[in-house]
Design a binder for this molecule. Sequence first.
Ligand code: MLT
Ligand code: MN
Length: 297
Amino acid sequence: MKVRVLGSCAGGGLPQWNCGGANSVRARAGDPAVPAQTQPSLAVSADGERWSLLNASPDIRDQLAHFSALHPREGTRDVPLDTVVLTSAELDHTIGLLVLREALSYRVLSTPWVRQHMLDHNAAWRLLERAWGTTGLDADTKLDRDGILEARFFPVAPKVPGYLKHVAKPHAETTVGVRITDHRSGARLAFVPGLKTLDSATLAELAAADCRFVDGTFFTEDELRELRPGAVSATAMGHAPITGPDGTLATLAELSGRTLYIHMNNTNPILDTSSAETARVTRTGVEIARDGMEFEL
Ligand code: MLT
Ligand code: MN
């Protein structure tokens, strides 16, 4: 299985347009230690020819422009894109679908909860209705025509996106991780960009994968509060911090195979490649996803 990191940051990216924080200022100035990063998405492929996306970020237009494997065949509108898998209805995971609205030669796949709430509460998403399939939890769904890659959603602690919070209640299908399996090679990838708590079922799912991309939004529980008194904690925002008593790093560092943090918020010191926090993470063997990273499982 081939994997490409299309975007590694959380919603807003780096620099975030309205942010004057240190990471954004340095990224905007072109500081090589803090390279600009786009919003979160992965591309996966069984053969390097046909691809599926895990989430569709607001930056998808540029992400595809910089990835020749997903360019249309010359003289045609044939784009080798099979399926766009959604792990939630969060805007930073889904807005890219509206960018890809000119042709629906691909399929969208989400849980029934995500499809229903997006279609019911924003008419613009209905442009995609006929291409949008669903699969429930813990069921395998083929991503490509040959059925080599399969996706399986597994539940994590639910977080209702801010724009739906007055109309929706949390449900087991609201926020999921996705397991991608390559049936030819047996390779297994897990992708969990939103993770409020690392419970035992989620940990077992991550441990069984050869490679996992995990929510790295915040380095500490109080990261936002330290910058802006009164701001919510990491966990209250739906993101387990990397460090501290409920930090994910110590547990993830024990897993075999590759572990990469993804969906970093612009406040996170691991976006500074020269920081002590980056060194602390990478010393454990856990990696930090960066835009354009590519590897094979
Ligand atoms: C999140 O990851 O928690 C959301 O994307 C935050 C948001 O933009 O509402
Ligand atoms: Mn997000």
